[in-house]
Write a protein that binds this ligand. Structure first.
Ligand SMILES: [Zn+2]
Ligand SMILES: [Zn+2]
Length: 342
């Protein structure tokens, strides 16, 4: 049986034979390090080179290296299984000895080229709970896309350009893929970098112009309207303001947090639509039922709240939290903004 614990290094599981750190945030003293995916809140800098100790997918390894993280060779061994979690390209959960399953970040909805997560059965389940609160129920992927197409169409009729904003890695590639029929399509250069990696792994990212090329060729003022895909971080760093002032564009952000109307105002967006690479509350419960664990640990977001809900439903659930003090809305907003840069 595995022992599960959390400290300032992150989550650790161990039994008599091995100790495994799950998405640690500093160099742990363990036999193996598992890296579920290449979002910056799951990677850590300054890793010491322990060859053959890192367990991760080839794609995560490649994206992490591209983002400046230096990891040694990846290691897979009998007893470890990596399963697709459908969160971003290359994201995996870790099944250890068919007994314990760690989800990393997970989505069970098909979204464009992203497939739903594969869910194993396991006695112990460590599950993310970013949206582990009943307020967070997302509409269907298709209905958000439909709504967006209607808004873009309306704006195009009036000659108004539109900016779509999402996380640089993951969300932005889905946006590039799904809205590719709108021309001219312009993609922010930082997103283009990630798009290139996705196409190396077989995802067709189609024809578009990068933002720097479009500005150089004066495309933005002479070919109105246009569609621009930009990082959600643009809301904070002045880029969105610059584009809005200069070209009178309309902005639409995409995030699971958009379920709450105040996020739109906090980010200064015209629209913010719920579209997430995570499970919503109901999806999380679906994952749990399919896994049918005897013991559940929750982490990320509403970990404590979600574990409480699960106990009311009759599950044996505990949150994995290492922190002093309580979470509040402003902290959550900060975390949200930090993630928007990833
Ligand atoms: Zn993530
Ligand atoms: Zn995460």
């Amino acid at each position: 049986m595995f022992n599960v614990s959390v400290d300032n290094y992150g989550i650790t599981v161990d039994n008599e034979s091995k100790k495994i750190s799950l998405d640690p945030n500093k160099q742990p003293n363990s036999d193996f390090i598992f890296i579920s995916h290449a979002h910056t809140d799951h990677l850590y800098k300054n890793v010491r080179e322990y060859s053959n100790k890192i367990i991760t997918s080839k794609i995560t390894h490649k994206i992490a290296m591209h983002r400046g993280y230096k990891y040694g060779d990846t290691y897979e061994k009998h007893g470890f299984k990596l399963l697709d979690t459908g969160h971003i390209l290359g994201s995996n959960g870790l099944l250890i000895e068919d007994d314990l399953y760690y989800t990393g970040d997970i989505s069970i909805r098909k979204r464009a080229f992203m497939n739903p997560a594969v869910i194993p059965q396991a006695k112990i389940l460590i599950i993310e709970s970013t949206f582990g609160h009943a307020d967070y129920i997302f509409p269907r992927f298709e209905s958000t896309i439909h709504k967006t197409n209607l808004i873009i169409s309306e704006m195009y009729h009036q000659g108004i350009p539109v900016i779509l904003l999402g996380y640089t890695l993951g969300k932005a590639q889905i946006l590039t893929n799904v809205f590719r029929h709108w021309k001219p399509l312009i993609v922010h250069d930082s997103i283009h970098e990630m798009n290139k990696l996705y196409s190396e792994f077989g995802v067709d990212m189609y024809n578009y112009v990068t933002f720097s090329d479009a500005e150089k060729n004066n495309m933005l003022s002479s070919y109105k309207p246009w569609l621009l895909i930009a990082p959600l971080g643009s809301c904070k760093n002045g880029f969105l303001k610059y584009i809005k002032n200069k070209y009178g564009a309309l902005s639409i952000g995409f995030s699971g947090w958009a379920v709450k109307p105040y996020y739109k105002f906090a980010l200064g967006l015209d629209y913010c639509l719920p579209l997430s690479d995570h499970c919503d509350y109901r999806d999380l419960i679906t994952v749990i039922k399919r896994c049918s664990p005897e013991k559940i640990y929750t982490f990320h977001g509403f970990a404590e709240h979600f574990a409480g809900d699960l106990r009311k439903m009759g599950f044996d659930a505990s949150p994995l939290i290492y922190s002093q003090g309580k979470r509040n809305t402003s902290e959550k907003l900060d975390a949200f903004f930090d993630k928007s840069n990833s």
